[in-house]
Design a protein around this ligand. Sequence first.
Ligand code: MG
Length: 160
Amino acid sequence: MRVRVGFGWDIHRLVEGRRLVLGGVHIPFPKGLLGHSDGDALAHALIDALLGAAALGDIGTHFPPTDPQYKDADSTALLAQAVHLLAQQGWRIGNVDCTIVTEQPTLRPFLDGMREKLANCLGVPVESISIKAKTAEGLGPIGKQEAIAAYAVALVEERA
Ligand code: MG
């Protein structure tokens, strides 16, 4: 069986007046992520990891930020489209491992909700989705609560 690995990274500015959405889950917080879509950095990193594993380009290729149809888009819907693209090329998802880097808010209470949401989206068991949260130890723009970043790796397998 052929297996491939992909990597994705994303960062968005944390600003007033936006809903904070990560992994498709709304997190009550006074600020949210700026973006053309809903700014879901975790979903975006995961899309790039999946597309990367299949060498299908990147999120900007498939969902250009200049396209009005993606204004305030639910990024988990884009993720589902990416999964469909991979399926069309004969790939199914093995497992994914993600890390979100944010100083605030504390994400631990929301991680299982994100795992369930992403598992549904990817069509895999929740045990195949790992999401970790770290702080930046007060360093840099993330440490100053100006941004949230996310990293993801994904393993994909050739369909039998
Ligand atoms: Mg993004």
